[in-house]
Design a protein around this ligand. Structure first.
Ligand code: MN
Ligand code: MN
Length: 318
């Protein structure tokens, strides 16, 4: 049973358009708060997009996601799960980035997640661009590699762009595998599509045993069949779920830096997460919502709807 302190504000008490927005209308409990030690699952904002190679703006994601998340209610529509009655969930605030120093920012995020791991808090993170996931994994997986279920239209397994060794949102998972943070035999990437310059990312996946499910295969076999295979690959081991909003068709989520057409609709976007039920998901993120490209706010609404699904999977795995 959860502590009543961690209940979100109900729209039956204060209308959802009123009040100061926190994630899911939960209490704000930053590290150092006197209730921090009671947090089971912490929602963290990562307002940083210094790894973006094309259209930026995801640094503004957490604030817009917080605002949109005030629309989310307390009970899951299919399973009936009421996550806030099972676990102590809080908005932990943002990790403050250094917007003009990529490596300083990566160190700040890594140190923050090392602290969460030491405190036993399971994080649900809101990006920010996809490079944010690399320092999160450095903080969580130094001692034992994690499995990965990754929804994206891109593999993010590319070699450094522009030569050299630059870290970008196109290579967090390649670097994470190279650093031993992920077990490549327990990595599944789903929804991959779009034009390419070369096959270096897929060559890396093949050489390391990473399973790639293209969008063609996902639609040909159907989501339940593909997700059954994913559950088999991931097994009972600790698993990270990383969800790039560009997994979803840009008709439903246009507010992102590198959209790719021909993707899942908004129902399928939620269905894939529901299919993670029963897995040992120990942390998750939702990244790449870029408010400057989201004038309707619909992408943020899609994003927080995915975040609620991820939260329910995290609660089930406690
Ligand atoms: Mn992507
Ligand atoms: Mn990505």
């Amino acid at each position: 049973m959860s502590d009543p302190f961690f209940k979100p504000i109900s729209g039956m008490e204060l209308p959802r358009f009123a009040g100061v927005p926190t994630f899911m209308r939960l209490p704000l409990v930053p590290v150092g708060h006197d209730r921090f030690a009671s947090v089971d699952i912490g929602i963290v904002g990562l307002p940083w997009d210094g790894g973006t190679s094309n259209r930026p703006g995801a640094r503004h994601g957490p604030r817009q996601l917080r605002d949109a998340s005030t629309m989310i209610r307390a009970e899951h529509p299919v399973t009936g799960l009421r996550p806030y009655e099972v676990a102590n969930v809080a908005d932990l605030g943002d990790v403050g980035p250094n917007p003009v120093d990529l490596h300083d920012t990566l160190e700040r995020i890594e140190a923050y997640y090392l602290g969460l791991k030491a405190a036993g808090v399971r994080p649900l993170s809101a990006g920010g661009d996809h490079l944010c996931t690399l320092p999160v994994l450095r903080g969580l997986a130094k001692d034992a590699p994690l499995g990965l279920v990754h929804f994206d239209s891109h593999t993010d397994l590319f070699p450094a762009y522009f030569g050299g060794r630059a870290l970008t949102h196109g290579n967090p998972f390649r670097v994470a595998v190279e650093e031993g943070l992920l077990d490549p035999k327990r990595c599944v990437q789903i929804g991959i599509r779009g034009t390419a310059y070369d096959s270096a990312d897929r060559d890396f996946a093949r050489a390391n045993g990473i399973r790639i499910v293209t969008i063609e295969e996902l639609f040909a076999r159907g989501i339940p069949d593909v997700m059954a295979e994913a559950r088999e690959i991931l097994g009972r081991g600790a698993t990270y779920c990383s969800y790039d909003i560009d997994f979803i068709d840009p008709a439903f989520a246009p507010g992102t830096g590198t959209p790719e057409v021909g993707g899942p609709n908004s129902f399928q976007a939620l269905q894939v997460v529901r299919e993670l039920s029963g897995l040992n998901i120990v942390a998750a993120d939702l990244v790449e919502v870029s408010p400057p490209f989201d004038p309707s706010g619909g992408t943020a609404w899609m994003g927080v709807s995915v975040m609620f699904e991820l939260l329910c999977v995290l609660v089930q795995a406690l």
